[in-house]
Design a protein around this ligand. Structure first.
Ligand code: HEC
Length: 84
């Protein structure tokens, strides 16, 4: 994703935030840890969309890194049957 293309970043972030609110995503696991990770993801997507709307390059970069970290963290915890 080209970080300088604010319109595109905002569009992607809004789509991701939509996913993060979908029942299927949120109900994948009901436990506290998953719900926490899902909320972190949702918040980063919201911040990324806001940063892109405000054309704030530093905030875009920071929230993008937060978002990427939240993808990896949740996968590390919940995929490959590490927690069942
Ligand atoms: C709150 C937890 C959580 C977050 C945050 C999350 N994922 Fe996932 N993701 C999962 C789980 C759980 C699966 C496995 C689903 C299953 O086994 O049915 C998955 C599967 C996937 C897959 C399917 C491919 C595969 O190897 O199984 C992709 C692609 C993916 N995630 C991308 C992302 C990206 C990109 C982000 C961040 C923008 C992200 N995910 C954020 C929990 C999360």
């Amino acid at each position: 994703m080209a970080l300088a293309d604010y319109k595109a970043v905002e569009g992607h972030a809004t789509a991701l935030r939509g996913i993060s609110r979908a029942d299927e995503f949120l109900n994948f696991r009901r436990d506290e840890e998953y719900q926490f990770q899902a909320r972190v993801f949702q918040r980063s997507a919201t911040r990324l969309a806001e940063a892109a709307r405000g054309k704030n390059a530093d905030a875009v970069l920071l929230s993008y890194l937060d978002l990427s970290a939240s993808c990896v963290r949740c996968h590390q915890t919940f995929r490959a049957g590490k927690i069942d």
